[in-house]
Ligand binder design. Structure first.
Ligand SMILES: Cc1ncc(COP(=O)(O)O)c(C=O)c1O
Length: 422
């Protein structure tokens, strides 16, 4: 079978880019990413106040965030570093969602200082937030529906998951907020990751809308927004079908009309905090073949490692691989595609059928690395984090993060101190 996932550059163009920016690097296709961002937002244009908060953990690059913000997206942060990134590019107030867990006080303080919407993961965090930063006017809770919802391989079963409030805790939590003078309320849930089933998101909306009705009935509280979380999957395999957001939106709209508007509940805003779907398919890890090795198996040794892309080693995740210029050749040779870490799971593919004549110097493109690719990078074995490049709509390339150097790697060590040390 020949290779059937496309790349947004020719072999000649990527060769030119490599002359300026040595492999390995991640390169992101701006035009396709922005096109998807618009499609996402347009799909929910029926809902007044709709907002998609880009989960910056997927690809925490401020250039990309700036572009997505221009399309109308907010930012979903989960850590101090992510809040500071939002701050550095001038994001403030309700365009920031702060969805964290096991949260330190200083992150609550920072989030409140920026005016972010705070999404609490634990009923006890009401007191923590109040002590650390004072309760803001609006607070959101993360709901864990437990056995009501099936999970999936990355996030696990909701009942086993560490995130969120139980249903009883939600009622108790909103009661406390109301007593303490909080005026505006949000509700969030996220029970899937990399989910491709359209219906899954409609069912999630149904679960949320049901809680909204219960909170109104029991506490006379109007929930202002329903945050459906992230978890929208992407077609890592060419036979996968992407989530049809227009269908999802139509399904959510029908449930919204039935369970909110027809029940005389107050109109509410729909939010998402999608990360993977926004950047994942538009990123490519570009690497070169260094060696071909033959023992009990045949190995393609490349100059990237799992430090550049950890998902295959971490979850056995599939990432499509293209050998530039050899796309149409028969893929009839089994290989493991490996990096150079001293870890046997440092592999991008195991037993993958690829062209039989892959050779040193070939350019290999690993697909769908725009989310949880560079972001999950680490430096074991002294492997330095790579550059990130942006392929602009006019075909030019902008370096949006330089590659690390050995000076960066050793920046936290005082070598003079080592010399004096005995
Ligand atoms: C709370 C929360 N929101 C949003 C996201 C983004 O999810 P995804 O990238 O699957 O859309 C995550 C991912 O881990 C998350 O934990």
């Amino acid at each position: 079978m020949a290779n059937i996932k496309s790349v947004p550059f020719t072999k000649e163009r990527i060769t030119e880019i490599i002359e300026k920016y040595p492999t390995p690097f991640h390169i992101y296709d701006e035009e396709a990413m922005m096109h998807y961002a618009q499609y996402f937002i347009n799909s929910f244009d029926w809902n007044e106040g709709f907002k998609q908060y880009y989960a910056i953990k997927a690809c925490p690059n401020p250039y990309i965030m700036k572009l997505l913000r221009e399309q109308g997206m907010g930012i979903d942060c989960s850590s101090m570093a992510e809040l500071v990134l939002a701050e550095k590019i001038g994001m403030r107030g309700e365009e920031i969602m702060f969805t964290s867990n096991n949260t330190p006080d200083e992150e609550f303080k920072k989030a409140v200082e920026l005016g972010a919407i705070i999404n609490l993961d634990d009923i006890k965090h009401i007191a923590t937030l109040e002590r650390a930063a004072g309760l803001p006017e609006m607070v959101c809770f993360r709901y864990n529906p437990g056995a009501l919802k099936g999970g999936n391989i990355i996030i696990g079963n909701p009942e086993d998951s560490k995130y969120g409030f139980t249903r009883e805790q939600l009622i108790e939590g909103y009661t406390i907020l109301k007593e303490k003078g909080v005026k505006r309320f949000g509700l969030h849930t996220m029970v899937a990751s990399n989910e491709l089933d359209n219906d899954y998101f409609v069912e999630t909306a149904e679960i949320i809308f049901d809680v909204v009705a219960e909170v109104k009935e029991k506490l006379d509280i109007d929930i202002e927004f329903a945050n459906m979380g992230g978890g929208i999957g992407i077609p890592y395999k060419s036979e996968h079908k992407p989530v049809d957001l227009e269908k999802v939106s139509a399904g959510i709209k029908a449930k919204y009309e039935e369970m909110i508007l027809n029940k005389d509940l107050k109109p509410m805003k729909i939010f998402f905090e999608s990360g993977r779907a926004i950047t994942g398919p538009y990123g490519y890890l570009v690497t070169k073949v260094r060696h071909i090795k033959e023992t009990y198996k045949k190995y393609i040794g490349v100059d990237a490692t799992m430090a550049n892309l950890m998902r295959p080693a971490l979850y056995g995740a599939y990432h499509h691989i293209t050998v530039m210029g050899k796309e149409d050749q028969p893929h009839n040779q089994l290989y493991d595609v490996a990096g150079s870490l001293c870890e046997n799971n440092d592999k991008f593919a195991i037993n993958r059928l690829m062209p039989s004549d892959v050779e040193p110097g070939d350019i290999i493109v690993i697909h769908d690395t725009g989310a949880h690719g560079h972001a999950m990078g680490f430096q074991y074995n002294g492997k330095l984090r790579s550059a990130e490049l942006l392929l602009r709509p006019d075909g030019s390339v902008k370096e949006i993060r330089r590659a690390e150097t050995l000076d960066d790697f050793y920046a936290t060590i005082d070598f003079d101190g080592v010399e004096d040390f005995d």
